[in-house]
Ligand binder design. Structure first.
Ligand code: AMP
Length: 190
């Protein structure tokens, strides 16, 4: 299996690039943010719980996120590989993912991080908010909180995989095609 983590702050272009990578490498795409939004759209209990955190720009608790992710992976045996988008966002999530994949006899091949400066991502998220319909994309205080959560809780995930020589930084500025080219080059050299 080819298992990749597409990493980077909110608004760094993970969703856009994940869609292209999925096609090129024939991977299953798992976005925990999309999964939560689906639950919210269906007014499930999980959706309501997730929304109470997402609307504040906070991470959804690990226990909830990990069990949702585990189920999605276990429900899809036999895939060629998985691209994880927006997961793991804490070291506890990374450890749970490593264990889950080890139980399946596989592991993370690499983490590719899109490097985009803070002021650029705030602008990108506000722009996306004009059409995404996402309430967490429209409020500057919520966006700031999401960036804080990323800097405090999520960046250690980069170091977690760097310990095993699996983390790579990619310049996340430029055209969608330029960034995609850089990502493919990094992945092809794994
Ligand atoms: P995203 O679509 O990846 O930007 O995620 C939107 C929001 O969903 C985040 O701000 C979090 O509130 C929540 N979320 C998504 N993925 C995770 C995760 N792996 N752990 C905790 N919360 C998450």
């Amino acid at each position: 299996m080819l298992n990749l983590i597409l990493f980077g702050p909110p608004g760094s272009g993970k969703g856009t690039q994940a869609a292209k990578l999925v096609e090129k490498y024939n991977l299953m795409h798992i976005s925990t943010g999309d999964m939560f939004r689906y639950e919210i759209g269906n007014s499930t209990e999980l959706g309501q719980l997730a929304k109470s955190y997402m609307d504040q720009g906070q991470l959804v608790p690990d226990s909830v996120t990990i069990s949702m992710l585990r189920k999605r992976v276990e429900d899809n045996p036999g895939v060629a590989g998985i691209i994880f988008d927006g997961f793991p966002r804490t070291v506890a999530q990374a450890e749970a993912l490593d264990e889950l994949l080890a139980d399946m006899g596989t592991s993370i091949n690499g983490l590719v991080a899109l490097d985009v400066p803070d002021d650029e991502i705030t602008q990108r998220i506000l722009l996306r908010g004009q059409s995404s319909g996402r309430s967490d994309d429209n409020d500057e205080a919520t966006i700031r909180k999401r960036i804080d959560e990323y800097n405090n809780k999520t960046t250690p995930v980069f170091d977690h995989y760097a310990k095993y020589g699996k983390s790579m930084k990619i310049n996340g500025l430029g055209s969608i095609e330029d960034i995609f080219g850089r990502l493919c080059e990094a992945i092809d050299n794994l």
